[in-house]
Unconditional design. Structure first.
Length: 263
C-alpha cells in the first residue's frame, strides 16, 4: 500500500476539466492538476514551477470506471439481497443527513513535491521531499480501529465520499487495485484483501467489509488488511480480488463501488 504517500489536508483549488496539456501543466504553479496523461510523473522545482519527469501516455479508455469493458461472465444478481442492502444504505444516509460535510482538498504546490498519476491519469500518489516542513503533514493513518468524527468526507476527482455515523461507515466512489505483497500487519496480502483510506477510516485489522460493484451490482465481502492515502479512491482491492466483483484484473482497473460496515 502507499504508506509513503502524502495526503496533506489543506485548502487548495482543484483543477477541473479534461486531461491537462503539458504546455499548460508546465506553466501552472497555483494548483496541482487532478488529471494528466496516464503514468505522468511531475515535480515542483525550487521556484515552484512544474516539471514533467515522465510524460505519460494518452488515456485510451472512455471512462475511469472500466467495469463495462473488463467484465467477465456476469453473475446472477441477488435482487432480494440488493433490496435489503439498499434499505440499509438509505438508513445510513438518513442518519447522516444533518451531520457536517467536510471537503478534503489536495495539497498546494510546493518545491520538491512529486505527483504520480495512475493508468487512468488520476492522482495516485503525493510524495513529499524528506526534511521539508510540509513533510510533517505526510500521510498518517489513524489508530487502527478508529475513524474520523461523524460526518461526510468528500475528496478527489471522482465523487469519492466516506460517510461516518455513530455506528456505521459508508464509502462510495472509485475502487482501485494494488499489487503490494505485504499489508499493515506484516501480513502477506491475498485475494479478497482490501485497503481503506486510513486517515479518514482505518477499521480494525481483518474487519469484513460489505462491498458492491455499482456497475453490475455484484456483491462481495472483502477483508481490510491494509490502509493507504487513496487520494482519489475510497477502497483499494488487492489485485485478483476484483474477480470477486465479476471483473477481469488489469493493473489500471478501477470501477464504481461502495462499501459499508458497522462498528
Amino acid at each position: 500500500m502507499k504508506k509513503v504517500v502524502s495526503a496533506l489536508l489543506v485548502t487548495a483549488s482543484l483543477f477541473v476539466g479534461s486531461v491537462a496539456s503539458f504546455a499548460y501543466a508546465e506553466e501552472s504553479v497555483s494548483k496541482i492538476p487532478t488529471r494528466m496523461q496516464a503514468g505522468t510523473i511531475l515535480e515542483y522545482d525550487g521556484s515552484n514551477q512544474m516539471v514533467i519527469l515522465e510524460k505519460g501516455e494518452p488515456v485510451n479508455i472512455p471512462s475511469v470506471y472500466q467495469g463495462q469493458t473488463t467484465k467477465s461472465v456476469t453473475q446472477k444478481v441477488d435482487l432480494d439481497k440488493l433490496k435489503i442492502e439498499e434499505e440499509f444504505i438509505e438508513k445510513i444516509k438518513a442518519e447522516a443527513k444533518n451531520l457536517p460535510v467536510y471537503k478534503v482538498e489536495n495539497p498546494l504546490p510546493q518545491p520538491g513535491l512529486k505527483v504520480i498519476y495512475d493508468g487512468e491519469g488520476y492522482i495516485k500518489e503525493f510524495v513529499f521531499p524528506q526534511g521539508n516542513d510540509f513533510a510533517l503533514a505526510a500521510y498518517k493513518a489513524l489508530p487502527r480501529g478508529t475513524r474520523k468524527a461523524a460526518g461526510t468526507y468528500t475528496y478527489g476527482d471522482n465523487n469519492n465520499k466516506i460517510t461516518i455515523t455513530t455506528s456505521t461507515v459508508l464509502g462510495e466512489g472509485r475502487f482501485t487495485n494494488f499489487t503490494d505483497t505485504t499489508g499493515e500487519n506484516s501480513n502477506t496480502l491475498k485475494k479478497g484483501d482490501a485497503a481503506t483510506r486510513g486517515d479518514i477510516d482505518n477499521p480494525k485489522y481483518e474487519q469484513v467489509l460489505d462491498a458492491r460493484n455499482l456497475d453490475n451490482n455484484v456483491f462481495a465481502n472483502v477483508t481490510k488488511r491494509d490502509n493507504g492515502a487513496l487520494p482519489d479512491a475510497t477502497l483499494d482491492i488487492w489485485k485478483t480480488g476484483v474477480e470477486l466483483f465479476d471483473l477481469k484484473w488489469s493493473s489500471s482497473l478501477s470501477f464504481k463501488g461502495r462499501y459499508f460496515y458497522t462498528f
